[in-house]
Design a protein around this ligand. Structure first.
Ligand code: GLA
Length: 391
């Protein structure tokens, strides 16, 4: 925080009163590729994220500085176009465009950005950046937008400006996370419930293993999956005219789903079974049945690997290695897939053994270095006022 403010003052010496916004990344425990199908998700915000210090500058120009990339980018409010050199800047530009579309007339600002969430690891550093930027700009202008308005605006920034047709999960988790809870969200009604994670009490931690790989396909394959789901809905509507999304297709309709042409049958089967797993998983947690929750986590991975086909050999290997550690209850890829991270439910005393075994065997078999983190379920985005900062 101190370094961020120092850097802000050095880069932008003439700026007015500074405010700081923080937004966390997330891991998703269960419910993958269900959000854009109006289904159920169960993410938690993590204690790593993005921090932005900023002030209005009285001009029509926005100046950005990234501490982590040691890179600057400026743009005029009347001419917001994607940056080729600084892709990170596009998330903030996207937020500006959405604020303009809402007719709010955002003004020029100086913003300095730093992050503690590993980039490009599927831990939603981009959603954190969007949410932090939206929250900060809201505070600087005094609009007092509602959380859900900020969440949806951040999602649209990514959909329209960055061009990834993502769902609402990441921005939601980043904005509304709660410490020691995961969030069960119904992506159709947007009703959600914070569910206590009885992990620490039972001596378990959520270990996150970063594969260190990120396939360039992530964006295009993601959008393809989304289209395939829409196509599956169109075909299923012949027999099930009342459905509007795969959310409306229950396990009782699996025979119809399985009659779809390949690969739509597999894609839709994943979504239908995954929604059921979220409901079962939340019920299992509430009943204190961590073993059942772990079993569902691993089943989710198998479905993402075989039916949705968004895993990759490195993620499969991390899951296989995690499950070799005695006491591990379940493991799966988390986020969009094609690289990024896995999660595992690990007995706390076994964390050192987990890290050692997974990293050593992963390196032997792939030549790559995995990283293991033990994140805590953390509170969502918040502001820190200038007064706190200048003292
Ligand atoms: C990415 C998207 C989310 C969600 C996940 C897959 O993280 O941003 O909206 O679709 O992939 O569950």
């Amino acid at each position: 925080m101190d370094e961020l403010i120092r850097e802000f003052r050095t880069r932008f010496p003439h700026s007015g009163p500074v405010q700081v916004a923080w937004a966390p990344g997330r891991v998703n425990l269960l419910g993958e590729h269900t959000d854009y199908n109006q289904g159920f998700v169960f993410p938690m915000a993590i204690d790593a994220g993005i921090q932005i210090a900023g002030a209005l500058n009285g001009t029509e120009k926005v100046n950005l500085y990234s501490l982590d990339y040691a890179a600057a980018e400026s743009f005029l409010l009347e001419d917001i176009v994607p940056s080729q050199n600084n892709p990170w800047a596009n998330y903030i530009k996207g937020v500006y465009v959405q604020l303009q579309k809402l007719g709010l007339g955002p003004r020029g600002a100086d913003l300095a950005i730093t992050g503690s969430v590993p980039q490009g690891a599927g831990l939603s550093s981009s959603a954190a950046l969007e949410v932090a930027a939206a929250l900060l700009l809201d505070a600087l202008h005094g609009w007092k937008l509602e959380s859900w308005d900020l969440i949806k605006l951040a999602q649209r920034a990514e959909n329209e400006f960055v061009g990834v047709a993502c769902g609402i999960m990441d921005q939601f988790a980043s904005a509304l996370g709660q410490s020691d809870h995961a969030l069960f969200l119904d992506c159709r009604s947007l009703e959600y419930e914070a569910v206590p994670l009885p992990l620490a009490g039972r001596g378990y931690a959520v270990a996150v293993a970063n594969s260190g790989v990120r396939r360039g396909l992530a964006g295009s394959e993601y959008n393809t999956r989304r289209q395939q789901c829409e196509e599956a809905v169109r075909l299923l509507q012949v027999e099930l005219p009342g459905i509007g999304s795969l959310r409306d297709v229950g396990p009782e309709h699996l025979p119809l789903v399985e009659a779809l042409p390949a690969p739509l049958a597999r894609r839709a089967r994943h979504v239908v079974t995954e929604n059921a797993r979220v409901l079962q998983g939340v019920a299992a947690l509430k009943a204190g049945n961590l073993e059942e929750f772990g079993r569902l986590v691993t089943a989710s991975h198998e479905s993402l690997r075989d039916d949705y086909e968004v895993s990759c050999p490195e993620l499969d290997l991390l899951v296989e290695l995690a499950m070799q550690v005695p006491g591990v209850l379940g493991s799966r890829m988390t986020g969009a897939g094609f690289g990024g991270c896995t999660i595992a439910l690990v007995p706390e005393p076994s964390l050192p053994e987990f890290e050692e075994h997974v990293c050593a065997a992963y390196q032997r078999r792939t030549g790559l270095q995995a990283e293991v983190y033990a994140f805590r379920p953390a509170p969502g985005a918040c502001l820190r006022e200038a007064a706190d900062l200048q003292s």
